[in-house]
Design a protein. Structure first.
Ligand SMILES: Cc1cc2nc3c(=O)[nH]c(=O)nc-3n(C[C@H](O)[C@H](O)[C@H](O)COP(=O)(O)O)c2cc1C
Length: 205
């Protein structure tokens, strides 16, 4: 699966089979977090891999009782260490830390999908009990929870905005140039066909 396909076919998965995830898949997913961009390469993320049933249950309870979280064989708790970001970037530090960790989260979700696994970005949780259970030290916060497992549901096609809704040229609100390009979803087939033909021509040169 190429990068664009892994991005386009990723959906939030909220039903999981109980089947275990092989370590090789887990490490591939964790490795993808490693390569995320981060402000000044500070890499402020930290990841706790949770497999313990009791801990997964507690995480689900503290996440507004989103019970499906506990059904996933693995729950990643994505933490961040904003201190160094805040020291280096002062008032921009918090924003840079959040954005860097979000990039790592997205890498995790896309990589899980590329391996045929399902995952969901969970942002609704209360931190206090999680901190205690996971023994988080001062200065480390919980940014996201990601249950990962083999999907046990067919996800709905996602309603995504067309490029023309949010892409402007030169000035906010100017969609002008896009008229022949958008909706891009209708162009993807043509682009892929063009690339295939180009690759074929190169090969036969
Ligand atoms: C910051 C953030 C917080 C989210 N929190 C939750 C959550 O607590 N529970 C949940 O089921 N989905 C959560 N989601 C997933 C979104 O609901 C989902 O990405 C969105 O509906 C689009 O669907 P898709 O992921 O299938 O494209 C969150 C996503 C983000 C980016």
């Amino acid at each position: 699966m190429d990068a664009l396909e892994a991005i386009r076919t990723r959906r939030s998965v909220r039903k999981f089979k109980s089947r275990a995830i092989p370590d090789s898949a887990l490490y591939t997913i964790l490795e993808s977090a490693r390569w995320a961009p981060s402000a000044n390469n500070l890499q402020p993320w930290q990841v706790i891999v949770v497999e313990d049933e009791g801990t997964k249950k507690l995480i689900a309870e503290e996440s507004l009782e989103q019970d499906f979280i506990a059904d996933a064989p693995i729950v990643l708790v994505i933490c961040s260490r904003p201190g160094p970001c805040e020291k280096e970037f002062e008032e921009l530090g918090e924003k840079f830390c959040t954005q860097s960790v979000a990039a790592a989260v997205q890498n995790i979700l896309i990589t899980a999908n590329s391996l045929g696994l399902g995952a969901c970005w969970i942002g609704s949780f209360a931190e206090a009990k999680l901190r205690k259970e996971l023994k988080l030290p001062e200065g480390i916060s919980v940014d996201a929870v990601i249950p990962i497992g083999w999907p046990a549901e067919k996800t709905r096609p996602a309603g995504k905005r067309e490029l023309a809704d949010f892409v402007f040229f030169e000035k906010y609100g100017n969609s002008g140039r896009g008229s022949d390009m958008f909706p891009i979803s209708e162009q993807i087939g043509k682009i892929k066909k063009g690339l295939k033909e180009f690759a074929h021509r190169l090969k036969n040169k």
